[in-house]
Design a protein around this ligand. Structure first.
Ligand SMILES: O=C(O)CCC(=O)C(=O)O
Ligand SMILES: [Fe+2]
Length: 221
């Protein structure tokens, strides 16, 4: 597991947020439910890319369309694809970009990302907005855990031996959001209101880029 603090500079954070705002317009965040119990997640979600991760009473799965609108997911933001290319170390492009929206006070329990058929590919995570206390452990749920802070612009790669480690978000750190620090003027105005207000109100947005299917045509294969 590799943490890249400040991987996205202010301009890249703004480009990502701008693309994301447009994506949220076409794929509105929804409240997923736990399999079986139907208990709502505290985090809201949506996706970009040919496939999106969804959770409902009938289980977890990847699907090409939004569970509520039925529309195809929007394209993965360019800034996120660049991060995958730079950090993923993987030949095939990502197929899913799960977008998690954390309001202050929300969390994500310890889990593994294991619904992908292709576990050779890493998961590349990008964060915007409030800093999160991110917890990670080992391959067994009972393994000891540690926590790190994921701030706006940070990237985290879970690949190789760390691909299946348990992880989650304990809470957001309650401190004034950094947003697009250093570019307040650029950050205001151009950015879609809904996302801007969400981040300004102490919200956090996390993107995870994932390869879902096995690439069929590996170069040289
Ligand atoms: O929000 C994060 O930093 C982690 C998100 C996550 O683990 C997931 O979407 O599977
Ligand atoms: Fe995860």
């Amino acid at each position: 597991m590799i943490h890249y603090p400040g991987w996205l500079d202010a301009q890249a954070r703004l480009s990502l947020a701008t693309a994301l705002a447009a994506a949220l317009d076409s794929a509105p965040p929804y409240t997923p439910r736990m399999p079986r119990t139907g208990k709502p997640f505290s985090v809201r979600m949506t996706n970009c890319g040919p496939l999106g991760w969804v959770s409902g009473r009938d289980g977890y799965r990847y699907q090409p369309n939004h569970p509520e609108t039925g529309a195809r997911w929007p394209a993965i933001p360019e800034t996120a694809l660049e991060a995958w290319d730079a950090l993923g170390g993987y030949t095939a492009p990502p197929e899913a970009c799960l977008v998690n929206l954390y309001d202050p006070g929300t969390r994500m329990g310890l889990h593994q990302d294991r619904d992908e058929e292709d576990l050779a590919a890493p998961v590349v995570s990008l964060s915007l907005g409030a800093t999160a206390l991110f917890r990670y452990g080992g391959l067994k749920r009972s393994d000891p855990t540690r926590s790190i802070r994921l701030a706006s612009g940070d990237a985290l790669v879970m690949g190789g031996a760390s691909r299946l480690v348990h992880h989650g978000v304990d809470r957001l750190i309650d401190e004034p959001p950094q947003l697009f620090a250093g570019d307040r003027s650029a950050g205001d105005g151009r950015l879609d209101d809904v996302l801007r207000h969400f981040l300004a109100a102490g919200g956090r947005c996390n993107l995870t880029l994932r390869r879902v299917t096995q690439p069929r045509d590996r170069p040289g294969a």
